[in-house]
Ligand binder design. Structure first.
Ligand code: NAD
Length: 336
């Protein structure tokens, strides 16, 4: 039994988390959950945003599944996601986007199957910001390190090689960002030389956006810096049905946190309307990460079968099922 830290989060977090743990229990997945919460709910109860008990659990188990956490806009605390990424150097943000039968999108017939690797700790998110009030000048510095750029580029190529992928595309702006952009360009070219069996191409970020919305099926693995990756990852989610259905992971050399990428959806919290697909798919990525491939494949097959039958799904997918009914429908499809 592998111990996994479980962070239910806020809003719809506990509901979608229960759906996932129910599905895992029914599938007899050999994991044991260690529940430790963080976020608004925890803060309201204990005055602590990220309790020490959660950090201890993460440092012991090294693998976690996390629901969405409410972050107040423009005030209050720093994003817990950003805090954990920085603290544990979770430098890879991995976001698969794949067309799925039964999930509506403008690109439903496109056969999209791509994986985005976003650098997760550097670039414009390095926290190097200065406001010179006297002169009215705001600086936000994009800091890319040679070591960090090499790590994310190498991770993207290694993933491609391990998973039978054919091509890695670097999305960059090194034509304008001649310093920070160039570091990433050099790192990607070095990684490409290390993996000669993987095709490599470079696209300037503006052209990349245009190509993603006109011919998304041409992409396989994409690697990019933090800000571009933040934007592209939601763009790619939009190509395949939106944030409610895509998985995400924050991965470092010795820790990985798998998470639903959508928010805590306060408008539907506690109503049994939330779609657990995004968190479930993140949990399936987690199973692959810990080597439980057969269990992941079995649950994914049942999920895909359920998604093809609208009536068995939640309202956002055009069905009438509640969160827990949707989970039960997936369980009923095991082995079919
Ligand atoms: P949101 O993703 O919570 O909601 C946007 C819309 O999508 C809402 O109408 C919501 O009902 C719907 N929705 C989202 N997830 C759904 C699901 N699983 N099933 C069905 N419908 C779903 O975005 P928001 O309203 O901008 O943010 C709410 C809170 O979540 C904010 O505090 C924000 O900071 C936080 N947030 C957290 C994360 C995270 O923890 N990873 C990510 C994004 C936003």
């Amino acid at each position: 039994m592998q111990l996994i830290t479980l962070i239910p989060g806020d809003g719809i977090g506990p509901e979608i988390t229960k759906a996932v743990t129910d599905i895992f229990a029914a599938a007899e997945v050999p994991v044991q959950w260690e529940e430790q919460n963080a976020g608004q709910t925890t803060f309201d109860q204990s005055g602590e945003l990220i309790p020490q008990a959660l950090l201890t659990s993460l440092e012991k188990n090294r693998v976690a599944l996390k629901g969405p956490i409410t972050t107040p806009v423009g005030k209050g605390f720093r994003s817990i996601n950003v805090t954990l990424r920085q603290k544990y150097n979770l430098y890879q943000n991995v976001r698969p986007a794949k067309t799925t039968e039964g999930i509506a999108s403008r690109y439903a017939d496109s056969g999209i199957d791509l994986v985005l690797f976003r650098e997760n700790t550097e670039g414009l998110y390095a926290g190097l910001e200065i406001f010179d009030e006297h002169n009215g000048i705001a600086d936000s510095i994009a800091r890319n390190t040679v070591a960090g750029a090499h790590k994310i580029c190498r991770a993207a190529f290694a993933y491609a090689a391990k998973n039978g992928r054919k091509k890695v595309t670097l999305a960059h702006k090194a034509n304008i960002l001649k310093v920070a952009g160039k570091v990433m360009l050099d790192a990607a070219q070095d990684a490409a030389r290390e993996f000669p069996e993987i095709q490599y191409e470079e696209k300037i970020i503006d052209n990349m956006c245009m190509q993603l919305v006109t011919k998304p099926e041409q992409f396989d693995v994409i690697v990019t810096t933090n800000l571009f990756g933040d934007i592209l990852s939601d763009l790619c989610a939009g190509l395949v049905g939106g944030l409610g259905v895509v998985a995400g992971a924050n991965i470092g050399d010795d820790m990985a946190i798998f998470e639903a990428v959508h928010g805590s959806a306060p408008d539907i919290a506690g109503q049994g309307k939330a779609n657990p697909t995004a968190l479930l798919r993140s949990a399936l990525m987690m199973l692959h990460h810990i080597g439980e491939h057969a269990q992941a494949d079995k649950i994914e097959k049942a999920l895909n079968l359920t998604l093809r039958n609208k009536a068995q799904c939640t309202g956002d997918l055009g069905g009438q099922a509640s969160t827990s009914e949707f989970a039960q429908n997936i369980i009923a499809n095991f082995g079919k």
